[in-house]
Design a protein around this ligand. Structure first.
Ligand SMILES: [Zn+2]
Length: 512
């Protein structure tokens, strides 16, 4: 659904009905807005004849260097612009455009010396006359003349277990006003004219119930809060211009992960979460002779992962002020254990391994974010884990299986919940950048994640096997976009962790 609203727009339905019954011409209730490359203005009066609205053509062409000349008898008029001409005839539903006759939706009228033209037919006349795009948008009562762009606002929503996110993205800078009210949040965009291809959407999870576009004078979006809603944070961003609304619900109870037959991880005293993140280790996948996947155009995964890792380092250092180390900062081959050993040695708070996906299906596209599990959440996950170095060998997983117990004793086990949370944040941000829901957060037995003694994720940023995504992957702007999505994901994870730490220390929420 697409809506265009404008200040004070009202469709004169009632008046139209009156006209039909009486046959009289009545003034309509609201003006038409004309938007040209040099600005916008309103045209009044608008006259209706039946359900057709007519505009005085002299007002429409004002400022457009078009001349209007009535003939002596008052039966015809000529619009001219740079040797092109349009002929209008009183009480006729025909007009001539450069000598060709064009049918109009209703007759042109000459009333009190003014030439009134059916508004929905104006594009058919002015388009060829001005040799430009002319568009009548009936719902918003806007006549667009020339190469004009109306700000467009799109809406996307994301739901995870304990949070919901609503993103309003605008094609240009618009003012966002956010107001939290009883049971809902109202976002208004006080701009004259807005193109909003969105009506409403219901959300699962009970944190946010629904998002609706109400329109009106200030272009209001209403976000209805659910019973699990606890708090909200609104952040405005640039490039792209957007308003990101994060709604937080209660934390989900921890879920034991792993095969059902394997006993839950040994209960270990849960350490108080560290107050914040200070060191991040980024692992550019593959390197040296081990090139990783190869795109159809010859792009190598090892080069793309290094390029993105370097950009990510610059952004995390510059924007978040954290310490960042790369497992390799050149074209070097290194083992999987070596990579996590580096992270452990640096006492990193987060480990992010960067890869590019490959699939035999040419159309496969999108980002995937993985955290460790003994079992893959699907076959595809296991296949990719095997592709990315080696998967954990799948052994007998019965009760008492040494392999299973050893795995659960591994360093990563106690960080799975935070790894899952980090993976979700990154996935949500990547989804915003790529404009799709993405392929989701998955679990798979990635060997490279096993030894990490900190929250750790593996990001498959896109499919290098897909010719389109291969092109993206080797372009600097796209690499920067991916890096900024990862940076935002890490920033949100850090904020969440800081909040949890404050809460668990018993400090009053929102206190100093
Ligand atoms: Zn890889």
């Amino acid at each position: 659904m697409r809506h265009i609203t404008r200040r004070g727009a009202r469709v004169p339905l009632l008046l139209g009905a009156l006209v039909l019954s009486t046959g009289q011409v009545l003034p309509a209730s609201s003006p038409v807005t004309i938007v040209t490359e040099s600005g916008r203005r309103e045209v009044m009066p608008v006259t209706t004849r039946g359900d057709v609205e007519l505009l005085p053509i002299d007002q429409v062409i004002a400022g457009l260097e078009v001349t209007l000349l009535s003939d002596a008898t008052g039966g015809a008029a000529t619009l001219s612009y740079r040797k092109r001409e349009v002929g209008l005839y009183n009480k006729r539903s025909l007009a001539s455009v450069q000598g060709d006759l064009r049918l109009l939706s209703s007759p042109v009228l000459l009333e009190e010396g003014r030439w009134l033209v059916p508004v929905d037919s104006i594009p058919r006349l002015l388009g060829p006359l001005l040799d430009t795009k002319v568009e009548w948008r009936a719902a918003s009562r806007v006549l667009l003349i020339g190469n004009v762009v109306i700000p467009r606002v799109t809406v996307s929503t994301f739901v995870t277990g304990d949070a919901a996110r609503v993103v309003l993205e605008a094609s240009e800078k618009v003012p966002f006003r956010v107001e939290q009210q009883e049971g809902r949040v109202a976002v208004s965009i006080p701009r004259d004219i807005l193109d909003v291809p969105f009506q409403q959407q219901r959300l699962a999870g009970g944190i946010v119930e629904a998002v609706q576009f109400l329109g009106g004078r200030d272009n209001i979006f209403a976000i209805t809060l659910g019973r699990r809603f606890q708090r909200m944070k609104a952040v405005e961003q640039e490039a792209p211009f957007r308003l990101v609304l994060d709604f937080q619900g209660p934390p989900l109870p921890p879920v034991a992960k792993g095969p059902a037959a394997v006993p839950a991880p040994r209960p270990t005293p849960v350490p108080e979460p560290p107050p914040s993140v200070s060191t991040v280790v980024i692992d550019p996948g593959h390197g040296g002779e081990e090139v990783g996947a190869r795109g159809p155009g010859g792009t190598l995964e090892k080069d793309v992962t290094l390029a993105i890792a370097r950009k990510l380092r610059a952004q995390i250092v510059g924007q978040l002020g954290l310490q960042v180390f790369l497992t390799r900062d050149g074209d070097a081959e290194m083992g999987l254990d070596e990579r996590t050993a580096i992270a452990n040695n640096y006492k990193a708070d987060l480990f992010v391994s960067i890869h590019a996906n490959a699939s035999r299906a040419k159309g496969a596209r999108g980002a995937e974010v993985y955290f460790l599990s003994y079992q893959a959440s699907d076959e595809e996950g296991r296949r990719i884990a095997q592709l990315e170095g080696e998967a954990i060998p799948s052994g007998p997983a019965g009760v008492g299986s040494d392999l299973a117990l050893i795995l659960w004793d591994m360093a990563q086990a106690e960080h799975l919940e935070e790894s899952s949370s980090l993976a979700s944040r990154i996935q949500e941000e990547l989804a915003v950048v790529t404009g799709s829901e993405g392929r989701g957060v998955k679990q798979a037995p990635f060997r490279v994640l096993v030894g990490a003694g900190m929250p750790a994720v593996l990001v498959e940023v896109a499919f290098i096997s897909n010719p389109d995504e291969e092109k993206f992957l080797s372009s600097e702007p796209y690499q920067n976009k991916v890096a900024s999505a990862l940076t935002r994901g890490i920033a949100r994870f850090e904020q969440g962790r800081t909040a949890r730490a404050r809460f668990s220390r018993g400090a009053p929420r929102g206190g100093r």
